[in-house]
Design a protein around this ligand. Sequence first.
Ligand SMILES: [Zn+2]
Length: 424
Amino acid sequence: MISRALTAAGLAVTLLSGCAVNPVTGKQELSLISQGQEVALGEKQYPITQQQQGGEYVVDKSLQDYVSRVGQKLARVSDQPQLPYEFVVLNNGTPNAWALPGGKIAVNRGLLTLLEDEAELAAVLGHEIVHAAARHSAAAMSQQQVLGAGLAVLGAATQSTGYGDLVSLGGQLGGSAYIARHGRGDELEADKYGMRYMAAAGYNPQGAVELQRKFVKLSEGSQSGGLAALFASHPPSQARVDANIAHAKKLSSGGATNRAAYQQAIAQLKRDADAYATYDKALAAVKEKQYDRALNLTRQAQRQQPREAAFFQLEGDLLAQKEQYQAAHGAYDKAVQKNPGLFSHWLKRGLMSAQLNNYTDAERDLTRSMRYLETPHAHYFLGQVYEKQGNVQTAYGHYQTAAKAGGEIGTKAQARMQALGNKG
Ligand SMILES: [Zn+2]
């Protein structure tokens, strides 16, 4: 959705930076922002987008290294090897992958379990590398969109503010999925040059053909929400399969598929398939408001894989919903210990401490959550903590920030500001 004002702003920027050569195709193209700006945007947005989508997958950290190695091998033979490429596996069951400007790339665990070998993984990563190297995002994503993410977006999508409403809060915090939308032309270009990178890095480019065949087959079957989301950004078609077959014919077909290495790398994910399936059923039960069933299911998932923090976070949400705050605090405590790198574990444990009138612990946890992701929730509840402690001025500042996010929490923050203002 492009507003008139945004278009005018875009034109002004275009006049400044003008035309640029596409580093992959060599064609002259309009460029809205400089490559330096793109790299800076990607660097800033990468950790934020990761946090909003489940954070890093940490149950098997060796999988991160493996995916990075494959990605860097391809990046080195790309048309822009000097970009600060990074690759991360996200703890997200939706089969998706994306690239931010400047070479910041993510692939969800939900996509990795659908792939057969390293050549197919190379097809996914090579495709995303082209999006970054050819600067597709500079055209597809307005600067406004990139800069606007974070606090404001999270605020707008969020309706819930009560301590007891963490179930719905959980869904909103995790649900604001970023899905890059590229045009058909960019998609074909990403396939074509991605296959060249595959061949140059020693992979059999046939992997890109197999990948698209798989997607066509999956899209013909019953589409779950996750698959539908993937195909909205990467529409599968026989035409795309055919185009990839034609490209493969022009490239050396002798490359590696490394099936054994790939299967070894995702072995833990495969062993945990039942645990994540149980967790997905629990999430579905939450949507149906079957909270007891959801609680049983997430506890079953915990028994299947005790190291997955998400299973304990959901248990905490469901206990908080039952107003069992002490038990909910205990569940969040486990989530924090199993994965201290995700903002929501700290945020929710902090909310429970506030609910249990332990303001020192609440302040520490809410503040810590903002190191990972700044949310209007952390600001609003920090406001409450400081207000309870009699620190009205600091409380007011946090309410002010929360109010800027708008939505229900913004309105509540505004009400508190008014109440405090009237007192003084
Ligand atoms: Zn794409």
